[in-house]
Design a protein around this ligand. Structure first.
Ligand code: HDD
Length: 693
């Protein structure tokens, strides 16, 4: 691919200086006598230190922590009816992509599992130039107008006087902002939900957020919302697990993505489109230019039009993942903007920020950012220029260069902006249709299953519980939550030891418009609940297996065969690394020592029988804790024969939801266990006073 010519491999090569001069010794600086002063003359020392001193570039002002991969996008059938974009024409063509996932608030070294929005940025290297779809895993945003972006980010980031807390919104300045900016209400519901703590980048949805335009060859424009639907389903961690992972494996999501690709478990998403005819936009009763709103899938179905596959890890983190520069303004013919004021500000910001981050305007020449389409223009010079422009002509129009490079008419592929008709007065004002801040926040909360609602309540109790100023806590509950949902406001208030507030039912624009137009109100949107997403597979899941010497070898073998057949893997955990001996006398390699891992790194737990092994595990506090914790996090647990005693030792009485106990002759154990794992979590354990949030 186009990056090949930039790769450098030292295998079999001599070390040289930056000037290509072979180096004799890189361990000792040049000095006068073995104990004497170092000489300025040592150009290798100076160059080596100078290069090291300047290795860092500024991290991204937001989305600093990220992980990326290469892959391709392929459309299922031509979408020529809707767009002339080349990427959507030919089902036999694979368009290369580079996708970067990220958290927003934390710095580059922060933990992956922080409660946060996840960035989902896709760069399509199309034959007619790069198209960047710079989205998130949440379909709405905190604010409606880009002019408020510095405010929301300042409020969310560590506070300026002491730079705390890192990668967390659980602090006064963030909630102060939220309490004063009701347009953030809908987004708050999403980030307090389990969507903000994904199980894996591979198991989260992506959204373009804004309404964009698709424009076809005839110049007809339609509105569109972009969705990415993961084929592994949409799954999350629980909050307790996220916090523990942040300590034990801060790279949890990065590792997960990297390892899945290395193992050939290529993550896949389908691209979904919600297409809205311009003439129907009004009838929806939803302001399409307001990025704090979704269009419920029940109103406009998501049509799946193609597949994104990530199949190659980057060669070098800095060169690719760190230096990639996305920009919402990178569009190709057939894709256009709307007047969404958030999008319009973004179109400036992404270009501008690269000047500081990547050191100048030539960032487009960095290999990962270079289009595969040819580039010819008269932009010139500047720091780090790579291209050597030939000839004497660097202006347009010209005759000395034969008038080249020439313009392309729209029919020849030239980008022509959609000729939207606009007129009006210059004002700093938001339209009345942007004033509904609560109806979709309520819709979201109402559409959640009971456990999901509980998790939102617990998340708010956690976040506001960390807020020091009482008036901020009160304002969030009394000015924001009461307008979203009575159960929500009451439970959060009680959890914070506050008086139950008076409810303020707010009739949102959605309902009002529906009233006026006689449209059906979307009272619930099942598509919003992760509980309604498909749960039919355990592919790529990771099951922790607790063993000690004497484990039942036949149990392990049969379960392993069934689990692997279903596309998941087992990780053998024991007291120490090395091997453990099974009941058949054979030694098996231990994958992880109990010291280095915890139940929160696995999707489920399996404990094979074997009297000697179980006797050891029962007496081992860590093993008992492992199984108790998996139970508290509502995960599937499978035990065979004697291993049922470990459940007892952990105080887990059976039968229990999602706990599969295999009898000595239990043939159907693997089937039941696999079905339990596929459920992802068994939330109804909540009812038995299990704390999982
Ligand atoms: Fe942004 C980075 C997504 C609003 C300004 N943003 C950034 C990245 C993602 C998003 C995924 C990381 C890209 C990467 O991996 O390099 N941002 C969003 C979404 C938004 C949004 C989905 C709302 C719909 N952003 C937004 C606004 C502004 C910015 C309103 C400014 C007016 N965003 C930036 C930025 C960043 C950025 C400062 C930081 C690093 C970068 O661009 O390259 O320009």
């Amino acid at each position: 691919m186009q990056l090949d010519k930039n790769r450098s491999d030292p295998t079999g090569q001599r070390m040289t200086t930056g000037q290509g001069v072979p180096v004799e010794d890189t361990d000792n600086s040049l000095r006068v006598g073995a104990r004497g002063p170092t000489l300025l003359e040592d150009f290798h020392l100076r160059e080596k230190i100078m290069r090291f001193d300047h290795e860092r570039i500024p991290e991204r002002v937001v989305h600093a922590r990220g992980s990326a991969a290469h892959g391709y996008f392929q459309v299922y059938e031509s979408l020529a009816e809707y767009t002339k974009a080349k990427v959507f024409q030919d089902p036999s063509k694979k368009t290369p992509v580079f996708v970067r996932f990220s958290t927003v608030a934390g710095s580059r070294g922060s933990a992956d599992t922080a409660r946060d929005v996840r960035g989902f940025a896709v760069k399509f290297y199309t034959e007619e130039g790069n198209w960047d779809l710079v989205g998130n895993n949440i379909p709405v945003f905190f604010i409606q107008d880009g002019i408020k972006f510095p405010d929301v980010v300042h409020a969310a980031k560590p506070e300026p006087h002491h730079e705390m807390p890192q990668a967390a919104t659980a602090h006064d300045s963030f909630w102060d902002f939220v309490s004063l900016v009701p347009e953030s209400a809908h987004m708050i519901m999403w980030i307090m939900s389990d969507r903000a703590i994904p199980r894996s980048f591979r198991m989260m949805e992506g959204f373009g957020v804004h309404t964009f335009r698709l424009v076809n060859a005839k110049g007809v424009s339609r509105f569109v919302k972009f969705h990415w639907k993961p084929l592994l389903g949409v799954h999350s961690l629980v909050w307790d697990e996220s916090q523990k992972l942040a300590g034990k494996d801060p790279d949890f999501h990065r590792r997960d993505l990297w390892e899945a690709i290395e193992k050939g478990n290529f993550p896949e998403w389908e691209l979904g489109l919600q297409i809205i005819e311009e003439k129907d936009a009004e009838k929806l009763g939803i302001e399409l230019l307001d990025a704090t709103k979704i269009i419920p899938e029940e109103l406009v179905p998501v049509r799946r039009v193609g597949k994104l596959v990530l199949n190659r890890n980057p060669t070098n983190f800095f060169a690719e993942t760190e230096q990639v520069a996305f920009c919402t303004a990178h569009v190709v013919p057939g894709i256009d903007f709307t007047d969404d004021p958030l999008l319009q500000a973004r179109n400036f910001s992404y270009l501008d920020t690269q000047l500081t981050r990547l050191g100048g305007p030539n960032f487009t020449e960095i290999p990962i950012n270079r289009p595969i389409a040819p580039v010819h223009n008269f932009h010139q010079d500047g720091f780090h220029r790579q291209t050597i422009d030939a000839g004497r002509v660097n202006y347009f129009p010209n005759s000395l260069g034969g008038g080249c490079p020439f313009m392309a008419a729209a029919e020849q592929g030239g980008y022509r902006h959609f000729p939207e008709k606009v007129e009006g007065e210059k004002v700093r004002k938001r339209a009345e249709s942007f004033q509904d801040h609560f109806s979709q926040a309520s819709l979201f909360f109402r559409s959640m299953s009971k456990p999901e609602r509980e998790h939102i309540i617990m998340a708010l109790q956690f976040e506001l519980g960390k807020v020091e100023r009482e008036e901020v806590r009160k304002r969030v509950v009394e000015q924001i939550l009461v307008k979203i949902d009575a159960e929500l406001a009451t439970e959060v208030a009680q959890g914070l030891g506050m008086a139950v507030p008076t409810m303020t039912a707010v009739k949102g624009k959605l309902e009002k418009v529906a009233d006026t137009l006689g449209l059906p109100v979307v009272d619930k949107s099942p598509a919003l609940s992760m509980e309604n997403q498909k749960k039919d597979s355990i592919k790529t899941r990771c099951i922790g297996v607790l063993v000690a010497d004497g484990f039942d070898a036949a149990d392990l073998q049969s379960t392993k065969a069934a689990i692997e057949q279903a596309g998941a893997e087992l990780v053998l955990i024991s007291r120490r690394l090395g091997t453990v001996k099974g009941s058949d006398g054979k030694a098996v390699k231990v994958d992880k020592s109990a010291l280095t891992t915890g139940s929160f790194e696995y999707d489920a737990v399996f404990v094979p029988g074997g009297a000697a092994s179980v006797a050891v595990l029962k007496k081992d506090g860590d093993s008992v804790h492992f199984i108790q914790e998996a139970y508290r996090h509502c995960k599937a647990i499978g035990v065979t024969k004697e291993a049922a005693e470990l459940l007892e030792a952990g105080g887990i009485s059976t039968p229990a939801l999602g706990v599969v106990v295999g009898a000595a002759d239990g043939q159907d154990f693997p089937t039941k266990f696999i079905a339990a794992i596929a459920q992802h979590r068994h939330w109804a354990r909540h009812d038995k006073d299990v704390v999982s949030g």
